[in-house]
Structure formats: structure tokens, C-alpha cells
Design a protein around this ligand. Structure first.
Ligand code: ZN
Ligand code: ZN
Length: 293
């Protein structure tokens, strides 16, 4: 049995514009579980578009507390509730995620209380068991192992890469991170490595378009994300089966095409390569089957 990685949103950063991809969310289907990793804007629609009911998500993991990774978490959980969720679902994320959830519940109290009284729904809050994500083993259950590695994403300290192993299937998601050689050890031999990536030339073009940021944004992007060529270096050192790119910066700039990404990646990586697109489905196993969106 193979596992699947579904890229729901592949753009880096919180803003969307006409023609852009959506912020970060991924579905991992492994060992009979459907696991959501990050819940950026558009996640609820994107999950449904894959034929997965919102009530069919078994576990939610949030890699770090940049909004492009959890802005739609509250709306997703609320919508799963109105879609008929009755069993508890674990939500594992960095310290602080519980505060977001409490704040979301408070902001929607009028609606939630109304639906309890007027529609006879079950209480919403107890449906989601929030737990703190820390480095090490996150889950080891029925043959499925999930491990977390603290990555390098300053100024955020609680930011993680995730590895999923079940039998012969393994999937690694880098999360948002600067180049870190330790990622190669964490991803060693994985079927699929999904790694964030930026084109340094494209960052300058993006900053030139910005109307509400200053030089601090340039510093932030360059010190906390991974140049595309270094992503190829990691994949080669790890000996992964397939490499896929996500959290791409820039996104939606016609001056930077797939050819630019491929040119950078091919400096160090000669294996199977997928330039991420929203809705792309990757499968573990030798064939590396891919279903385009
Ligand atoms: Zn991000
Ligand atoms: Zn981030």
C-alpha cells in the first residue's frame, strides 16, 4: 500500500493576488489515516476539492505560528463541526495555538451558542484535543510514526519539520526553514521530500512590488528560507526518492517560470522533481506516480 502527499497550497507567505497559488496546507494519507499539515487560507475548500470530507480528517498538525500556516484553522474546525463531525480530532501545534483556538471560539461565541441552542448541535470546543508540538516523536501508533525536527526559521523558535513513516512508506515535510544540513539526516531515504524553496533573484522582484514592508522583510525572507539550489543539495545528501517544492517565493510572478526553479534545483539534484502546484498529488513507491491538478 502506498502513501499519498497532496499539495493543497504551495505559495510562500500570507498574501494572495489574482493568479497566485494558495498559502500552505498539505494532506498526508498514510497507514489508513488522513492527516492535515498546516491550515493556511483556502484549506477547507482545498480539502473538499480532493474528495475528502472535512469530517474525514484524523489528525491536524501545525508546523509553526506564521499566519500562512494556520489562518484558516478556526474556520476549518468550525466548518467540520457544521459538516457533522462528532468524534474528537487531535490538533498538535506549537505553544500558543491553544490561545488562538480560545480566541477564535470567543470571537464566534454568538454563532456557536446559537447553533447549540437553535440546532441542537454537540458542543464545539471538546471536539478538538489540542496538544503541544515539540521535537522528537509526535506519534507512534499502529505502525505509524510521526517525528518532528526543530528547523531554522528565525525569529520563530517553535518551528518544525515533520517525518511520517509507515512500513516502507515515508514522507518528509521541511516546514519553513533556512538551509540546514541536518535536514538531510532527518529526511534520509524518504520516498518523498517536500521542501520549501525560494529564488533569491525573485525575492528582490517581490520586494520591489511591496507597498507596506521595509528592509526588514528582505532580511526576514533571506535568513529564514532556503535558496532553491540548497534544496537540491539537501535532497541529494538525503538520497530521497522524489523531491517536491512548496512554499515557493516568489509565486505568481510571470518573470519567474518553472524553468528558473528547475535550473537552480538541477545544480545538485538529478532525481525525480516536482515543482509544486495547488492540487498536485504525489504517491510513494518506485513509480512515483503523480496526478496533476
Ligand atoms: Zn510560511
Ligand atoms: Zn514561516
Amino acid at each position: 500500500m502506498s502513501a499519498e502527499l497532496i499539495l493543497l497550497g504551495v505559495k510562500g507567505g500570507p498574501a494572495i493576488r489574482p493568479g497566485s497559488h494558495m498559502p500552505t496546507s498539505n494532506l498526508v494519507r498514510i497507514g489508513g489515516r488522513t492527516i492535515l499539515v498546516d491550515a493556511g487560507l483556502g484549506v477547507s475548500r482545498a480539502v473538499c476539492d480532493q474528495g475528502v470530507p472535512l469530517t474525514g480528517i484524523d489528525l491536524i498538525l501545525i508546523t509553526h505560528l506564521h499566519s500562512d500556516h494556520y489562518l484558516e484553522l478556526g474556520p476549518l474546525l468550525h466548518t467540520a463541526w457544521t459538516a457533522g463531525l462528532t468524534r474528537p480530532v487531535p490538533v498538535i501545534g506549537p505553544a500558543g495555538l491553544r490561545d488562538y483556538w480560545r480566541g477564535f471560539l470567543a470571537s464566534m461565541a454568538f454563532d456557536i451558542d446559537l447553533r447549540l441552542a437553535d440546532e441542537g448541535r454537540c458542543p464545539l470546543a471538546p471536539l478538538f484535543d489540542f496538544a503541544e508540538l515539540t521535537e522528537g516523536t509526535v506519534l507512534d501508533q499502529d505502525g505509524l510514526t510521526i517525528r518532528a525536527l526543530r528547523n531554522v526559521h528565525p525569529p520563530i523558535a517553535d518551528s518544525y519539520a515533520l517525518r511520517f513513516d509507515h512500513g516502507p512508506d515515508s514522507i518528509v515535510i521541511s516546514g519553513d526553514t533556512a538551509y540546514m544540513p541536518e535536514m538531510a539526516g532527518f529526511a534520509r531515504g524518504a520516498d518523498i521530500l517536500l521542501h520549501e524553496a525560494m529564488l533569491v533573484d525573485g525575492v528582490e522582484a517581490l520586494l520591489a512590488r511591496m507597498t507596506n514592508g521595509d528592509d526588514r522583510l528582505r532580511t526576514h525572507i533571506l535568513r529564514s528560507h532556503t535558496p532553491a539550489a540548497d534544496v537540491g543539495r539537501i535532497a541529494a545528501a538525503a538520497g530521497v526518492g522524489q523531491l517536491a517544492l512548496t512554499h515557493m517565493v516568489p509565486d505568481g510572478d510571470p518573470a519567474f517560470t518553472e524553468a528558473h526553479w528547475i535550473a537552480e534545483l538541477r545544480k545538485h539534484w538529478a532525481g525525480p522533481l516536482h515543482i509544486g502546484r495547488d492540487g498536485m498529488v504525489l504517491r510513494t513507491g518506485r513509480a512515483g506516480h503523480i496526478r496533476a491538478p
